[in-house]
Design a protein around this ligand. Structure first.
Ligand SMILES: Cc1cc2nc3c(=O)[nH]c(=O)nc-3n(C[C@H](O)[C@H](O)[C@H](O)COP(=O)(O)OP(=O)(O)OC[C@H]3O[C@@H](n4cnc5c(N)ncnc54)[C@H](O)[C@@H]3O)c2cc1C
Length: 463
């Protein structure tokens, strides 16, 4: 519990309406997109200016109160769980699009801007911001920077970090720091914009973001390839990526999701298929025609049973809706859904899929998966019930085997969801100990009192 005096000071900074203390309000900020983590904050603040963020952090720092930054709370790694209590600093009222500059091809936004709202504003001017986490209807720009989020478009266009030009960050002591700017090139000092990108709320609160934009691609074509065998679908992805063509999107969907989506929103999906690849080519009309011809040819040679081309924009939108609903469709399938995230080299997809099959057989757990296959990024899920301790322990062990299988193939512990609470116990297996030590030291420099999102990323050993 925070002292009444501190809550009064927060109210003085933000105004009464921006400080929540009622139990039912606090409950709404106690969880995120995972089904395994929850912790109540003592208080939630909803600042409307950078100055307010600065004053809150100053107060928290002086009193050594934990502060967990939060956008929409859609992360799936426990990142925005206030595991040590204290203050949740939620950015959803810092939600202005400050500038869209069509001639410089940049946009500057506050962190609480919902990605879809930015996309809609850009579309009016035929502009395009590619990073597209499939939570785009709800996730905030601040959350996407703090997680360095990716999505289907990232095969061709890269992830969030490839678009960041400038940030305003409030440090733990309240100092408002400006990094980078509005130029596409900038080689002034260390790349500190990158330091805060993917920092999961542990180094500072991001209060302004400048991103570079692209012109909207003039044409696109969506294709859906049907496979009887999941590993054959994985190999097809490797074949496409090795062929010289660069598709805009290559997504993998397994039979579980195909059936689940078809149950919820019938759209004539091939429910008997073991896997679907959903692909998009974009660019000029001529490039789209040439690329999709090459992609379809490879898909057929790689063993696709059928390749369907979306006949118009509506059909394409329907397929992509199926994909964006895919991850959400997995949640709700069991009391506890361990929905994870690993990435493997793109030429190891088929091998990894085989490995998942072996792990599933050995453990007895069904392993569902889908993901951004063009990036080698898959989301394996295990359905379990954490109330059954014995089963949950086995599920955790099985998931650990999946992480290790990915890493043994040269892959990584997280492709895009981050470490948060979910994966901190595996960090030592995934990172050089000296690199972990450097991270701790950086944390110690910018946040010496360890108030920002404490208890995340690495296991605490007297940070
Ligand atoms: C259905 C579904 C689909 C998803 N699909 C994808 C996907 O395709 N790709 C992908 O990458 N992720 C995906 N995610 C995960 C998640 O949506 C992303 O990580 C997203 O970027 C989180 O944004 P948010 O606003 O919800 O952030 P939150 O969940 O609120 O926070 C995420 C982290 O960022 C920190 N943070 C938030 N705002 C700030 C700030 N202003 N300053 C500093 N730190 C901050 C928090 O402390 C926390 O550690 C998906 C999640 C769901 C539920």
């Amino acid at each position: 519990m925070l002292e009444t005096k501190l809550v009064s000071q927060l109210k003085k900074i933000i105004g009464k309406e921006g400080v929540l203390t009622a139990k039912e309000d606090l409950n709404a900020y106690s969880y995120d997109g995972t089904t395994t983590w929850a912790h109540m904050p003592d208080v939630v603040v909803l600042p409307t200016t950078t100055e307010q963020v600065s004053q809150v952090l100053k107060l928290a720092n002086e009193n050594k109160i934990p502060v967990t930054p939060r956008g929409a709370g859609t992360n799936v790694s426990g990142g925005s769980i206030p595991i040590k209590g204290g203050i949740v600093l939620c950015t959803t009222k810092l939600n202005k699009i400050l500038d869209i500059n069509k001639t410089n091809l940049t946009a500057t936004v506050e962190p609480g801007v919902v990605l879809q709202n930015l996309n809609m504003a850009l579309a009016k001017q035929s502009l395009f911001y590619p990073p597209d986490p499939q939570s785009f209807l709800g996730c905030t720009m601040g959350g996407t920077v703090a997680e360095n989020a990716g999505g289907p478009y990232c095969v061709k266009y890269g992830v969030t970090k490839q678009y960041l030009l400038g940030l305003e960050v409030v440090l733990a002591n309240g100092y408002i720091m400006k990094l980078g700017g509005v130029t596409v090139k900038n080689r002034t000092g260390y790349e500190l914009v990158m330091l805060f990108t993917g920092s999961e709320g542990t180094l500072g609160v991001i209060t302004k973001i400048t991103v570079r934009l692209l012109p909207m691609p003039p044409a696109s074509k969506t294709m859906m390839a049907v496979f009887d065998d999941m590993a054959v679908g994985g190999q097809a992805v490797s074949d496409i990526m090795a062929s010289g063509v660069v598709p805009a999107k290559v997504e993998f969907v397994d039979n579980f999701v195909i059936r689940r989506i078809e149950e919820m929103t019938p759209m004539g999906l091939p429910v008997e298929a073991n896997a679907l690849l959903l692909l998009q080519a974009d660019g000029s009309s001529a490039a789209v025609e040439a690329d999709s011809e090459q992609i379809i040819d490879i898909l057929k040679k790689s063993g696709a049973k059928e390749v369907k081309v979306a006949k118009d924009a509506n059909e394409a939108a329907m397929y992509w809706k199926m994909r964006s609903g895919g991850f959400a469709a997995v949640f709700g399938a069991a009391h506890t859904v361990m929905a994870e995230d690993v990435a493997v080299p793109r030429d190891k997809l088929a091998e990894f899929i085989h490995k998942l099959g072996e792990i599933s057989k050995k453990s007895g757990f069904f392993i569902q998966f889908l993901g951004h296959a063009g990036d080698g990024n898959l989301h394996p899920s295990i359905f379990t019930d954490m109330r059954n301790e014995e089963e949950f322990a086995r599920a955790q062990k099985t998931m650990a085997e999946i992480f290790r299988a990915a890493m043994e193939l040269g892959g990584v512990l997280s492709g895009e969801h981050g470490i948060g609470l979910e994966k901190q116990r595996f960090l030592k297996e995934a990172m050089d100990p000296v690199a972990i030590d450097i991270m701790r030291k950086i944390k110690g420099i910018v946040d010496p009192n360890n108030i920002l999102n404490p208890g995340k990323i690495w296991e605490e050993e007297g940070v």
